[in-house]
Write a protein of this length. Structure first.
Length: 88
């Protein structure tokens, strides 16, 4: 009977919405720099080409992955999935 209760609890979680974010990189800049930017400006990110990107669910790092193209759309291939919150 305990297994039935756990199954029902897991099923209830399947419909909980999550915000999933793929972080290509980050940049630090001053507001004055941001205001000077115009169309076509380039922001250099703190991540190298080919380096895995971060995948977050509700702001928590859950995986790393690579950007891929699927039928003219950007997508993510998961390369590492974390079983516990690593806090980054």
């Amino acid at each position: 009977m305990a297994d039935d209760t756990e199954d029902e609890e897991h099923k209830a979680l399947l419909d909980v919405p999550l915000e999933v974010t793929a972080v290509l990189g980050t940049a630090n800049m001053k507001v004055s720099q941001l205001l000077k930017m115009g169309r076509g400006a380039v922001v250099q990110l703190e991540r190298s080409v080919g380096e895995d990107i971060e995948i977050k669910a509700n702001g928590n790092l859950i995986a790393r992955g690579e950007v891929v193209v699927v039928e003219d759309h950007l997508a993510i291939t998961m390369t590492k999935i974390y079983k516990t919150n690593i806090g980054r």
